[in-house]
Write a protein that binds this ligand. Structure first.
Ligand code: GAR
Length: 195
């Protein structure tokens, strides 16, 4: 059987992208086929090179006013899209071409601390400023709104008195590295079993 071909979209550091790529190395049923990036300075592009995964860089105009990214996804035979620290809304033509096949990870317990502009450290700073005693991660399907698609999985962590946004970010990254690849495997594999 052909492997499920996965595209990862990332805007910045890309530590989740790398974790996912390394996790699936050696799987015959899953291939991380490409990394798509909207920021020429993003470290994820270096990671893609080191991991030997083709990358595609695009700007806002290309993403929203042309079909180049969709055509590239189709040409590569992509089955699933994984957003791992990706900042922009997915355009309607890509959503339509990948119904319930686009997954995002958000570094808080949605529906709290989601929405436009809630990205990376901004999320953790808001959570700490609000005096929350716990936070966590949410893995969800992507729709036309920021952070609003069906939730697949959540995991929680405690926030201790005196924890800073940086300390919370480290805890959240730990949860992401632990759970994201496993949840993805389950999603990709359940689909394989259903064939
Ligand atoms: C991750 O914590 C991810 O949950 C978050 O960006 C970080 C990217 O880290 N995503 C969002 O905030 C989406 N709204 P990474 O580039 O090191 O994987």
């Amino acid at each position: 059987m052909n492997p499920k071909r996965i595209a990862i979209f990332a805007s910045g550091n890309g530590s989740n992208a790398q974790r996912i790529a390394e996790y699936f190395t050696g799987f015959s049923s899953v291939e991380i086929s490409a990394i798509y990036c909207n920021n020429k300075n993003a470290f994820v592009l270096e990671r893609a090179k080191a991991l030997n995964i083709p990358s595609m860089l695009f700007d806002k105009d290309t993403f929203y006013n042309s079909n180049s990214v969709l055509l590239d996804l189709k040409q590569k035979g992509i089955d699933w899209i994984v957003l791992a620290g990706f900042l922009w809304l997915i355009p309607a033509d890509i959503l339509k071409a990948f119904p319930q096949r686009i997954i995002n990870i958000h570094p808080a317990l949605l529906p709290a601390y989601g929405g436009k502009g809630m990205y990376g450290m901004k999320v953790h700073e808001s959570v700490i400023a609000s005096g929350e005693t716990e936070s966590g991660i949410t893995i969800h399907f992507v729709n036309e709104n920021y952070d609003e698609g069906d939730i697949v999985f959540q995991a929680r962590c405690a926030i201790n008195k005196g924890d800073t946004a940086e300390m919370l970010a480290a805890k959240i990254h730990g949860l992401e590295y632990e759970h994201f690849p496993l949840v993805l495997e389950k999603l990709f594999t359940e689909e394989v079993v259903g064939y």
